[in-house]
Write a protein of this length. Structure first.
Length: 163
Protein backbone atom coordinates (compact mmCIF):
# COMPACT_ATOMS: atom_id res chain seq x y z
CA UNK A 1 0.00 0.00 0.00
CA UNK A 2 1.43 3.36 -1.04
CA UNK A 3 0.65 6.17 1.39
CA UNK A 4 0.72 9.92 0.89
CA UNK A 5 0.67 12.32 3.83
CA UNK A 6 -1.03 15.60 3.00
CA UNK A 7 -2.79 18.46 4.78
CA UNK A 8 -6.24 17.83 6.26
CA UNK A 9 -9.13 19.05 4.10
CA UNK A 10 -12.77 19.47 5.11
CA UNK A 11 -13.71 16.55 2.81
CA UNK A 12 -11.70 14.32 5.21
CA UNK A 13 -13.81 15.06 8.26
CA UNK A 14 -15.86 11.87 8.49
CA UNK A 15 -12.88 9.54 7.99
CA UNK A 16 -10.61 11.65 10.23
CA UNK A 17 -13.23 11.65 13.00
CA UNK A 18 -13.68 7.90 12.70
CA UNK A 19 -9.94 7.22 13.10
CA UNK A 20 -9.51 9.77 15.92
CA UNK A 21 -12.60 8.51 17.74
CA UNK A 22 -11.35 4.89 17.59
CA UNK A 23 -8.35 5.91 19.69
CA UNK A 24 -10.47 8.02 22.05
CA UNK A 25 -12.93 5.13 22.55
CA UNK A 26 -10.11 2.68 23.32
CA UNK A 27 -9.23 4.90 26.28
CA UNK A 28 -5.57 3.82 26.33
CA UNK A 29 -3.60 6.63 24.67
CA UNK A 30 -5.39 9.98 24.21
CA UNK A 31 -6.40 12.24 27.10
CA UNK A 32 -9.67 13.15 25.36
CA UNK A 33 -12.79 11.39 26.59
CA UNK A 34 -15.44 12.77 24.24
CA UNK A 35 -15.68 11.72 20.59
CA UNK A 36 -15.63 14.30 17.83
CA UNK A 37 -18.70 14.97 15.73
CA UNK A 38 -18.72 16.76 12.38
CA UNK A 39 -18.79 20.25 13.92
CA UNK A 40 -16.31 19.65 16.74
CA UNK A 41 -14.03 17.66 14.45
CA UNK A 42 -13.82 20.49 11.91
CA UNK A 43 -13.10 22.98 14.69
CA UNK A 44 -10.50 20.71 16.28
CA UNK A 45 -8.58 19.72 13.16
CA UNK A 46 -8.70 23.24 11.68
CA UNK A 47 -7.46 24.82 14.94
CA UNK A 48 -4.11 22.99 14.84
CA UNK A 49 -0.91 24.48 13.47
CA UNK A 50 -0.99 21.51 11.09
CA UNK A 51 -3.20 18.47 10.71
CA UNK A 52 -1.77 15.81 8.43
CA UNK A 53 -3.68 12.87 7.03
CA UNK A 54 -2.20 9.66 5.65
CA UNK A 55 -4.14 8.49 2.61
CA UNK A 56 -3.95 5.27 0.64
CA UNK A 57 -2.86 6.46 -2.82
CA UNK A 58 -4.92 3.82 -4.65
CA UNK A 59 -8.23 4.27 -2.81
CA UNK A 60 -7.97 7.72 -1.20
CA UNK A 61 -9.03 6.13 2.09
CA UNK A 62 -7.50 7.71 5.19
CA UNK A 63 -5.35 5.30 7.19
CA UNK A 64 -4.07 7.70 9.84
CA UNK A 65 -3.61 11.30 10.89
CA UNK A 66 -1.78 13.61 13.23
CA UNK A 67 -2.22 16.99 14.83
CA UNK A 68 0.63 19.42 15.54
CA UNK A 69 0.40 22.57 17.67
CA UNK A 70 2.38 24.64 20.17
CA UNK A 71 2.91 22.87 23.48
CA UNK A 72 2.92 26.21 25.30
CA UNK A 73 3.00 29.96 24.64
CA UNK A 74 5.42 32.84 24.74
CA UNK A 75 8.92 31.90 25.88
CA UNK A 76 8.05 28.22 25.47
CA UNK A 77 6.18 28.66 22.18
CA UNK A 78 9.06 27.13 20.20
CA UNK A 79 8.12 23.70 21.55
CA UNK A 80 5.42 21.80 19.70
CA UNK A 81 3.29 18.82 20.61
CA UNK A 82 1.69 16.18 18.41
CA UNK A 83 -0.77 13.31 18.61
CA UNK A 84 -1.08 10.42 16.17
CA UNK A 85 -3.92 8.08 15.26
CA UNK A 86 -3.71 5.07 12.94
CA UNK A 87 -6.79 3.23 11.76
CA UNK A 88 -7.44 0.01 13.67
CA UNK A 89 -6.36 -2.98 11.61
CA UNK A 90 -3.52 -1.05 9.98
CA UNK A 91 -1.40 -0.55 13.06
CA UNK A 92 2.02 -2.15 12.96
CA UNK A 93 2.46 -1.38 9.25
CA UNK A 94 4.71 1.69 9.79
CA UNK A 95 1.95 4.25 9.20
CA UNK A 96 2.63 5.71 12.65
CA UNK A 97 6.32 6.03 11.88
CA UNK A 98 5.52 7.88 8.65
CA UNK A 99 3.24 10.23 10.57
CA UNK A 100 5.83 10.93 13.29
CA UNK A 101 8.59 11.58 10.75
CA UNK A 102 6.28 13.87 8.75
CA UNK A 103 5.28 15.78 11.88
CA UNK A 104 8.95 16.32 12.76
CA UNK A 105 9.55 17.80 9.31
CA UNK A 106 6.43 19.97 9.51
CA UNK A 107 7.30 21.14 13.02
CA UNK A 108 10.72 22.27 11.86
CA UNK A 109 9.22 23.89 8.74
CA UNK A 110 6.77 25.82 10.97
CA UNK A 111 9.65 27.16 13.09
CA UNK A 112 9.38 24.89 16.11
CA UNK A 113 12.67 23.78 17.65
CA UNK A 114 11.52 20.88 19.84
CA UNK A 115 8.78 18.25 19.60
CA UNK A 116 7.54 17.20 23.04
CA UNK A 117 5.10 14.48 24.02
CA UNK A 118 3.55 15.18 27.40
CA UNK A 119 1.81 11.92 28.09
CA UNK A 120 3.04 8.70 26.46
CA UNK A 121 1.23 5.97 28.38
CA UNK A 122 3.63 3.43 29.85
CA UNK A 123 1.73 0.44 28.41
CA UNK A 124 1.84 1.88 24.87
CA UNK A 125 4.77 -0.36 23.90
CA UNK A 126 4.57 0.31 20.13
CA UNK A 127 4.77 4.09 20.65
CA UNK A 128 7.60 3.77 23.16
CA UNK A 129 9.59 1.55 20.77
CA UNK A 130 9.01 3.93 17.86
CA UNK A 131 10.05 7.00 19.82
CA UNK A 132 13.20 5.24 21.00
CA UNK A 133 13.98 4.21 17.40
CA UNK A 134 13.58 7.81 16.23
CA UNK A 135 15.87 9.19 18.95
CA UNK A 136 13.37 10.76 21.33
CA UNK A 137 14.63 11.35 24.87
CA UNK A 138 12.54 10.15 27.82
CA UNK A 139 12.15 12.76 30.54
CA UNK A 140 11.21 10.51 33.45
CA UNK A 141 7.95 9.07 34.68
CA UNK A 142 4.85 10.77 36.02
CA UNK A 143 3.21 8.24 38.35
CA UNK A 144 -0.49 7.66 37.72
CA UNK A 145 -0.59 10.47 35.15
CA UNK A 146 -3.16 8.82 32.88
CA UNK A 147 -6.72 7.83 33.78
CA UNK A 148 -7.53 4.64 31.90
CA UNK A 149 -10.98 3.81 30.60
CA UNK A 150 -11.42 1.19 33.34
CA UNK A 151 -10.90 3.83 36.07
CA UNK A 152 -7.36 2.79 36.98
CA UNK A 153 -4.36 5.07 36.64
CA UNK A 154 -1.19 4.40 34.71
CA UNK A 155 2.20 6.10 34.52
CA UNK A 156 3.06 8.43 31.65
CA UNK A 157 6.49 9.08 30.18
CA UNK A 158 7.12 12.50 28.63
CA UNK A 159 9.52 12.58 25.65
CA UNK A 160 11.20 15.21 23.48
CA UNK A 161 13.21 15.46 20.29
CA UNK A 162 15.21 18.45 19.04
CA UNK A 163 14.05 19.35 15.55
Amino acid sequence: MEIQIRPFEEKDILQANRIWNEVVAEGAAFPQMEPLDERTGKEFFNSQSYTGVAANCETGELVGLYILHPNNVGRCGHICNASYAVKAGLRGQHVGEMLVRHSMEQGKRLGFRILQFNAVVKSNAPALALYQKLGFVQLGVIPDGFLKKDGNYEDIIPHYHVL
